[in-house]
Design a protein around this ligand. Structure first.
Ligand code: F6R
Length: 361
């Protein structure tokens, strides 16, 4: 059972969340400086990772699929799909460096002769990469993996910067500045995330977004789960019109009082989705299902993703506060890893970096 003695956990997590803009910039620098040049014809890049490490891959995929020729996909498993092979690259992301699934996929990519990168704070992955001469993009250690989303996202974006028509450096800097300027207003007691949490209350939140924000919707879900220690789900439009809508259509008294839908609203959403989205809103209103809108103001896709991370992180923190839950520990994950072997948490030494061996491959 989650502890009710929250202590310094909420303040520590809030401080880590506030580092998002700085982490982005530092991570981007690490990614651009430590990654060998992307071969001109590179089309396939696979990110292998789990949980708070893999999410950086989903978030970057939203951008690469819209703006580049790269086929970037995220594998959350031990096995790599058969078509994943050289000359495609494998980027293994594991904050702790000790995650079983990621280590397995890293080894498999080696057997397939794929060029690899390791994004990690050390652990077994750091050791193996140093031994294998694989470039290490170093993440500072200290705090849980999910609190390093800014650094991981920045690093991956930096590593793949050359695949974009223009460098993301200035864009990222601008988005980070906008976020820093908005942070005090978002983090205050009556800010948007706190109001969203109050509107959701004790209900099970389902986060809905269109495909360009799919990674963000997943991030919201996992942050609620890990920080507030309660359930959450996510749905992607337009797919939800073809299945989930049936369940919501029959939303009875029980659903109405126990579930809430949150829509991540962004002006860059697909225009084709709008009529069906309006239809769904009408239906939900008729069924009296609580709907909460999350406005993402940035006109830029990357800006909207960063804004969404900040609002979602603070939302999860506000839910934890409502329930008197410490957002920091995720003992259930630690117990699972201990019981099933492998996956020790990252070393607690703050801001230390893994030994790095520069290499070209
Ligand atoms: C997030 C979290 C987990 C881990 C996951 C993989 O804070 O604790 O989701 O991210 O168990 O571990 P790493 O990221 O160390 O590879």
């Amino acid at each position: 059972m989650p502890s009710r003695a929250v202590g310094l956990g909420p303040a520590r997590m809030l401080a880590l969340m506030a580092e998002l803009p700085t982490q982005l910039k530092n991570g981007f620098r690490e990614g651009t400086e430590q990654t060998p040049p992307l071969p001109p014809g590179l089309r396939q890049v696979t990110v292998a990772g789990m949980g708070g490490s893999a999410i950086a891959g989903d978030l970057v995929t939203s951008l690469t699929s819209a703006e580049t020729e790269l086929d970037l996909q995220v594998v959350r498993s031990y096995e790599l799909p058969r078509p994943i092979r050289a000359p495609g690259w494998l980027v293994a992301i594991s904050y702790s460096g000790n995650t079983q699934e990621t280590l397995h996929a890293y080894a498999e990519a080696g057997r397939r002769g794929m060029p690899r990168l390791a994004i990690t704070s050390g652990g077994e992955l750091g050791e193996r990469a140093a031994r294998d001469g694989v470039p290490i993009l170093a993440v500072p250690s200290g705090g849980p993996p999910r609190a390093w989303v800014g650094f991981l996202l920045g690093t991956l974006l930096g590593a793949l910067d050359a695949a974009f028509p223009r460098s993301n450096e200035a864009r990222l800097k601008e988005a980070a500045q906008e976020l820093s300027a908005r942070w005090p207003e978002l983090a205050e007691e009556g800010g948007l995330p706190a109001r969203l949490a109050a509107a959701v209350g004790a209900r099970l939140p389902t986060i809905c977004a269109e495909p360009s924000l799919a990674g963000l919707a997943r991030r919201w879900k996992t942050q609620v789960e890990e920080n507030a220690k309660r359930g959450a789900t996510f749905e992607i439009l337009p797919e939800m019109f073809h299945n989930a809508v049936v369940g919501w259509d029959r939303a009875g008294v029980l659903d109405r009082s126990s579930r809430a839908l949150l829509f991540l609203d962004w002006s860059g959403s697909l225009p084709q989705i709008r009529p069906r989205r309006e239809y769904l809103m009408g239906l939900l209103q008729e069924r009296k299902v609580p709907v909460v809108h999350v406005p993402l103001a940035s006109l830029d896709h990357l800006g909207a993703i960063l804004e969404g991370i900040a609002v979602g992180d603070l939302f999860s923190l506000a839910l934890a506060r409502q329930d008197g839950i410490d957002p920091m520990p995720t003992e259930a994950i630690d117990r699972m890893k201990a019981a099933t072997g492998g996956g020790a948490p990252a070393a607690p030494s703050k801001r230390s970096r893994p030994a790095r061996k520069r290499a070209t491959r």
